[in-house]
Design a protein around this ligand. Structure first.
Ligand code: C5P
Length: 237
């Protein structure tokens, strides 16, 4: 039996233009509800691609990783309002004032986006983090940033599977969105803190973000179905 709809999989539509992104979304209709639009596709296609996805009844995660002064981020959140996206990222390292301003702006929008605070990028290991002046392990920094963001009113976080169990323990009701997902044997590419779909779910993830293991596969829809099949083995929390 083929797997049915699993709202826990977010497919990252990291394509240079709308056509292949919408084609993949159409091929996964009924199996995936969430699609992520990041900088590559958004800067090429703008709000039009968000509207196309919404028109298909799909939920959109706009991954702009906003990181600027509080006033600018607050106004950017307001600009996103009319697109109807469900999830929007901000960088936790923007600090408490920026996060509070973003939260206030999102809450003022009727049916506004849910904000996710990006903690430490999954492409960063201890050495990359140290090079930015951060002392301590990625896990320590993820927990520090997430607690700080929670204090600013944020309840959703992006981290790696390596910190998921600790985050879940510290913030039990948080929504945890986990990229850096690699099925067994898949190329890690630039990602450093990775896990398989099943391991990330078992650690306490609510959503998995998967890009290249699907988009770069010879048959992207088949690759997504294989991931859904693996996810089916781990019941929803
Ligand atoms: O291709 P891959 O599966 O590595 O894609 C992961 C996606 O998740 C990319 O779109 C990337 O921008 C995004 N992401 C991430 N790490 C974060 C936040 C978002 O990899 N901390």
């Amino acid at each position: 039996m083929e797997p049915g709809l699993d709202p826990r999989l977010i497919v990252a539509l990291d394509f240079p233009e709308a056509a292949p992104a919408l084609d993949l979304a159409d091929r996964l209709a009924g199996r995936c509800q969430w699609f992520k639009v990041g900088l590559e596709l958004y800067l090429a296609e703008g709000n039009a691609v968000l509207h196309e996805l919404r028109r298909r009844g799909l939920s959109v995660f706009l991954d702009l990783k906003l990181h600027d002064i509080p006033n600018t981020v607050s106004r950017a959140v307001r600009s996103v309002a009319e697109t109807g996206v469900g999830l929007l990222t901000v960088h936790a390292s923007g600090g408490p004032a920026m996060l509070a301003a973003a939260t206030e702006a999102a809450e003022a929008i009727p049916h506004g986006p849910r904000l996710l605070a990006v903690t430490v990028l999954t492409s960063m290991d201890q050495a990359q983090l140290a090079a930015t002046g951060v002392v301590g392990s990625p896990e320590e920094q993820v927990l520090r940033l997430a607690e700080m963001a929670a204090g600013a009113g944020i309840s959703g976080f992006v981290a790696s599977a390596e910190e998921t169990a600790a985050l879940r323990q510290k913030l039990p009701s948080a929504t945890l969105v986990i990229p850096g997902i690699r099925p067994a044997g898949a190329a890690t590419s630039d990602q450093r803190r990775t896990a398989t779909p099943a391991a990330a779910l078992a650690a306490g993830a609510d959503y998995l973000v998967v890009g290249r293991p699907i988009t770069q596969a010879a048959d992207p829809a088949a690759a997504a179905l294989a991931i859904l099949e693996e996810m089916r083995g781990v019941p929803a929390r």
